[in-house]
Design a protein around this ligand. Sequence first.
Ligand SMILES: [Zn+2]
Length: 301
Amino acid sequence: MTDQATKLATYSNWESVPSHLKTRSALKKMGLRPRRGQKRVAIKTHWHWKTPDYDLYDLNRCVPNIISDKQRAALDKAKQQSLESRTCHRCGWVQELSRHYRGKQYLQGGHCPNCWDDIRRKSDRAEAIEWAGETLKQEGVLILDSETTDFEGEIIELAVINLQGETLYNRRFKPSLEIHPGATAAHGIKAEDLANEPTFESEYAAIRDLLASAKLVLIYNADFDYHALLRTCRLYNCETLIFEHDCLMEWYAAYCNQWSYHHRSYRWQPLNGDHSALGDCRAALAVLKEMSEADKEDSVR
Ligand SMILES: [Zn+2]
């Protein structure tokens, strides 16, 4: 405590504070303020250490709290700027000046987090629709699908169609690996069905030439089929097939626009094919057409 503070009168409850002693906020409500250099004359203490003491000023020495028009205008302008910087340009949401705010800026480029999300998702969907339309107009685009012995197995059925829906390739292969019962449950192909089929190796050149002729090969879940092709080539000591490909499933996920906050990506949509290589190629083509025919301005389905 300073020397001055020790001389100050202290009051522990409001009832005992003389009526001419006021706090700053009480003075403000009365349209008054302490004059320049005016010192507090007393303090109101509080029993709880966390609650600060109030400075009390002599009402009779205070002056009217008048601010100039210029000061008022500057204050209004600052308030207006603050409000504008906290208002979303798109939806009008306002970041409140709560105690959690503390100058934190939640808006980015004038948009609230919700609107940002919305804008990004709309643009992803529009991009997918545009991509589908452009892709359908291109020459030399093929669609490929395969069935395998296992999730990590070799290819036992491969189909390739063009964008007119014509079948360019559709064959089954006799595998050297066993077919997992789970795989059979999905595509219905059993080992005995393949006893008289050619091997992948004997069909390799035809597949390679067909894929090499394509400008782009679309695959629904490209990761799966492309790696199945790589594995099957390795298994039969065939040279790795290199071709331009794109994943239709990822484009379709952006088009369907169901954002998964858990996966931080668009939810993958199942392909409603018949789980044969050819049937799935046709289902993939239908997906591409569906996307190209959608209205970009339409909001999320
Ligand atoms: Zn907004």
